[in-house]
Each structure stands twice: as structure tokens, then as C-alpha cells.
Design a protein. Structure first.
Length: 187
């Protein structure tokens, strides 16, 4: 967690130093379809005595205007639970249409709907699947790397979050706060 906070602070400091450069460029009067499309995504890794975790989330988007973009993020998450003998794996799949608005320099607002097909693993090793719908919104920072690529960090609040401790309810997130870091090209 300390590393994530340090990374977020680094993005803010570096992003503030290039604020004057970001947002001044405008789209050509008739940008091509290719100039409006962007791609990218994020990934995650975690290893512990309890479980191993891997995730990948590619995105594809389209710039509607200089400041407004829309797109889709796809998700795949793999988890190997080591505390169950023999170890059990789970695979989750999801899709998230999103809307992103750059409002000031490198800062943007972000809203998305997420559908996640989540595989629950019970303590006895049995599995079941549930679909989860979430509405998330928040903001982020985009740090350009050259003209057509950049790094982003997004902090979202999941307005659909339900505590997993409430009457044996299972939920794919441990907190209503969702933090993502990734790379985009063409945005």
C-alpha cells in the first residue's frame, strides 16, 4: 500500500510539472478515425502465503472531443488459493464501458459500469459463479510520455459495493475504493 501511495504522489508531482504542456493541444479540425482511437490497459500481480493473483485489463477507446473519451475495458483475473488442499484456482471475467473527461491539465473524471463474472471458491474447495454489476466513478491523473502515450492512475468509488461480511454475502472487492494504474497509447 505504501508503494501505491508513493507512486500516486510521484505521478502528481510529475504531472503538475507538465501541466502547462497538457491540454493545450487540440484535435485537428478533421482528425482521422485512427487519431481518435486509443488502446492500453493495466495488469496486476500479487503473491502471498494465502494466494497468488494475476490480472490483465486491456482497454480500447475513442476520443469523442478534445476532452471527452469513451471506451471499453476488458478484465481477466486469475487467483490460486493456497490454503485449500489441494490448491484451487478461480478465473474471473469482466467488461466495463467507461466515460472519461479531461477537465484540467492532466486531471480527468472517470465513470464506468462494470459487469464481472466472479468465481467464488468456498473453504471446502467447491466453486460457484456469480455475476456482479457495479457503478464506479472518480478521478485520475494522466501523465504523457511523448505525444501518443502515457501513464494513468485512477481512484474510483464503487457505489454498488456491499460488505462481504453481511450475512454470508460474497463480493469481488474488499473495499468500495478501487485504485488502478496503467498505460495508454494514442490518448
Amino acid at each position: 500500500m505504501k508503494r501505491i501511495m508513493l507512486l500516486a504522489m510521484l505521478f502528481m508531482v510529475v504531472g503538475t510539472s507538465v501541466r502547462a504542456q497538457w491540454g493545450e493541444e487540440t484535435m485537428d479540425e478533421k482528425p482521422s478515425f485512427k487519431d481518435r482511437v486509443f488502446t492500453g490497459g493495466g495488469f496486476g500481480l500479487s503473491f502471498s502465503n494465502y494466494s497468488d493473483f494475476f490480472s490483465v485489463s486491456p482497454i480500447i477507446g475513442y476520443k469523442l472531443t478534445d476532452k471527452l473519451a469513451t471506451g471499453l475495458m476488458f478484465q481477466y483475473r486469475y487467483t490460486k488459493y493456497k490454503t485449500i488442499s489441494p490448491p484451487v484456482t478461480a478465473n474471473d471475467f469482466g467488461v466495463s464501458p467507461f466515460l472519461r473527461y479531461n477537465f484540467y491539465g492532466p486531471l480527468f473524471l472517470h465513470a464506468e459500469y462494470e459487469y464481472l463474472n466472479y468465481q467464488i471458491v468456498y473453504s471446502n474447495g467447491e466453486k460457484s459463479r456469480l455475476g456482479f454489476n457495479s457503478f464506479m466513478a472518480g478521478g485520475g491523473l494522466f501523465q504523457p510520455i511523448g505525444r501518443n502515450a502515457g501513464l494513468y492512475i485512477v481512484a474510483l468509488y464503487n457505489f454498488s459495493y456491499k460488505s462481504p461480511s453481511a450475512s454470508n454475502y460474497y463480493y469481488p472487492y474488499n473495499s468500495p475504493m478501487v485504485l488502478r494504474v496503467g498505460i495508454t497509447a494514442g490518448f
